[in-house]
Ligand binder design. Structure first.
Ligand SMILES: O=C[C@H](O)[C@@H](O)CC(=O)C(=O)O
Ligand SMILES: [Zn+2]
Length: 294
């Protein structure tokens, strides 16, 4: 039987040029960076734009991150010239977490509905990917993290409720928070992506302290649910040479393998962490004692 389904929706193909390419940085060079250079080399901002997919290509484990924000149009994930690939996921995998209103993601003809904080994994070889809002009044904000992949793992949807939860910290040290793991060794299977999100409890403002590094993996933090006029002071650099970068809502920062990644907000907030690299062992972290941090 011929498939005579007529596709009625006009799918809008957004800009297929990446916003920015971030090259790798040597920790010895980083010591001399001023504010502007830190922001140029590590910050991904201006990602959320109505009816656009805005991506940043990094040479930190070749991770791509960005936002798809369909409002009035359905957005197709095109193939970017920088990939020299027939389609976006020809040699890549993709993790997506929605931090906005309800939306839909179509993957090779199958439609997945994502509420706020739900996660969809798309494996290598998924050809047709598009994003859609359920309503223009409260559109989805899909945060995308993609890494190179060599085999296909099945498309998997995981709701926020189904994510593995670990509550850490204490209100007394202003770091009471719940970690939600989606893509990891005991969760959604992937080639190298590890992904989840952390929600600070009301009144707690510190994440990931005492801080750690993991030389086997790079990481990116994407801050959200931060009031527009509030900021997170995100700390980075080698444990004995820290610098800070001031982050607003819906901004992401790269953490190279040699860098700590930890922040303190002027209000409570949430953030998505995404990692790629040598292993997928979430517990492979080398903590740095607070008394050793400089
Ligand atoms: O390598 C793991 C990542 O840095 C985060 O998962 C840590 C985190 O979310 C937290 O402590 O709040
Ligand atoms: Zn980490």
């Amino acid at each position: 039987m011929l498939n005579r389904t007529i596709v009625k929706t006009i799918i809008y193909l957004p800009n297929i040029t990446v916003l920015k390419v971030l090259n790798s940085v040597h920790p010895a060079d980083f010591k001399g960076y001023d504010t502007a250079l830190i922001r140029e080399r590590f910050l991904a901002d201006g990602l959320v734009q109505a009816d656009q997919i805005n991506l940043v290509y990094t040479h930190h484990d070749r991770m791509i991150l960005g936002i798809a924000n369909p409002v009035n149009h359905d957005l197709a994930l095109g193939t970017y010239p920088i990939l020299r690939a027939g389609y976006f996921l020809e040699r890549r995998e993709l993790g997506i977490i929605n931090v906005g209103g309800e939306g839909e993601i179509s993957a090779d003809g199958k439609v997945h509905t994502l509420g706020k904080l739900d996660c969809l994994y798309l494996g290598k070889g998924t050809k047709g990917v598009s994003f859609k809002a359920k309503g223009a009044a409260n559109p989805p904000v899909f945060y995308l993290v993609s890494a190179p992949a060599h085999v296909n793992y099945p498309t998997t949807l995981m709701t926020h409720a189904a994510a593995v939860k670990v509550t850490l910290g204490d209100a007394a040290t202003a770091n009471h928070r719940t970690i939600n793991k989606y893509i990891h060794a005991q969760g959604i299977k992937s080639c190298q992506l590890v992904m989840g999100l952390t929600i600070l409890h009301s009144g707690s403002v510190w994440n990931t302290m005492p801080a750690h590094v993991h030389d086997r993996r790079m990481e990116a933090y994407f801050y959200f649910d931060l009031p527009q006029d509030q900021r997170v002071f995100h700390f980075m650099g080698e444990g004995t040479e820290t610098r800070h970068i001031v982050m607003g809502n819906h901004e992401a920062v790269i953490s190279p393998p040699w860098s700590i990644h930890s922040g303190a907000g002027t209000a409570s907030y949430s953030f998505i962490w995404g990692m790629g690299g040598e292993n997928q062992d979430y517990t492979d972290m080398d903590p740095i004692a607070l008394t050793d941090i400089r």
